[in-house]
Design a protein around this ligand. Sequence first.
Ligand SMILES: [Fe+2]
Length: 214
Amino acid sequence: MDGGAGPIFPPIRRMSTASTDTYGLADYIRSLEAILDRRPSDRVIIREVSQATKRLCATDRWLEERFRVGSPDAYNRHLLHRDPRNRFIVLSLVWMPGQMTPVHDHSCWGVMGIVSGSLEEVGYERLDDGSRPGYAELAEGRGSDVGRGSVAYLLPPHEEIHRIGNTSAGQSISLHVYGRDLDEVNVFDPVSGVVSPMRIKYYSPECGHQPFVI
Ligand SMILES: [Fe+2]
């Protein structure tokens, strides 16, 4: 059903431990480009990007300090790479204890890996048929802890509504890849059913921590 050839990654030098693997962010971006060059289905993309994400996140040494800066105000987003062909973006997100997203979607595929610490992800199932504008009836699924070595993914149309938060006692850093040049998501109020658009902002030390919208 998935079709397509196998993943095109450089061979892993040691399978028993990733500590000597020199696979870094530039390698990871090349892996993503190679996957998307084949124009596979979203399901294949998720599977192969997840493999690459696990490999990258086996260590954290590839992430520069400037992309590890958090904020007491809200979880911080750092744009690491934007595909010149607008097929994907790569972000690091820095979460202080207690920081979390609202319930939201992305309208694209996505993969999240953990660079350090851990996060909780809760998925939501949409129960209504989507015919009523600005409204959604959701059922909350079970939360799962995502830690080093595991990934979470988004796969429209049925697996893309979720919330993520740092329920641990320490700072956590995650790596996110999205299948479009994300500038807006839908935010869901699971109690009232109200759905509202929200502009996505990215923060970067290179921009003096001023938010900018893509
Ligand atoms: Fe998300």
